[in-house]
Design a protein around this ligand. Structure first.
Ligand SMILES: [Zn+2]
Length: 115
């Protein structure tokens, strides 16, 4: 991986972390407003609970991704950053741009899906 590519991915991670942190705090706010007793308006209690479940699932996924991204940021200066855990080749830069936390290349994912 080129130095400038690494720098680019690093900035991308920082940006994603900031976005996720603000999304997470927004979703956590929603969580409070959909308390069971607040099922007002057109939402029934059941609908409010469903909405809350979806909200919680989204929140969990975002939190997990945030942890992975922070972890990735800590490893970005390692000489092994961007190396595929499966085959040891470099992970495609286009893939890293979209998901910097990826640790296997697209080819290995394809191989895994065949199994
Ligand atoms: Zn691979």
């Amino acid at each position: 991986m080129e130095k400038n590519e690494r720098e680019e991915i690093k900035n991308q991670i920082i940006k994603l972390i900031q976005e996720l942190e603000s999304e997470i705090s927004e979703l956590s706010e929603n969580d409070k407003t959909v308390a069971p007793d607040n099922a007002i308006g057109r939402l029934t209690r059941m609908e409010a609970m469903q909405a809350q479940n979806i909200n919680n699932a989204t929140l969990n996924n975002k939190r997990k991704r945030l942890i992975r991204l922070k972890d990735t940021l800590g490893k970005i200066d390692s000489p092994y950053f961007g190396e595929c855990k499966g085959c040891g080749e470099e992970i495609e830069i286009s893939r890293l741009r979209a998901s910097p936390e990826a640790n296997v290349c697209s080819e290995c994912i394809r191989q895994n899906q065949k199994k």
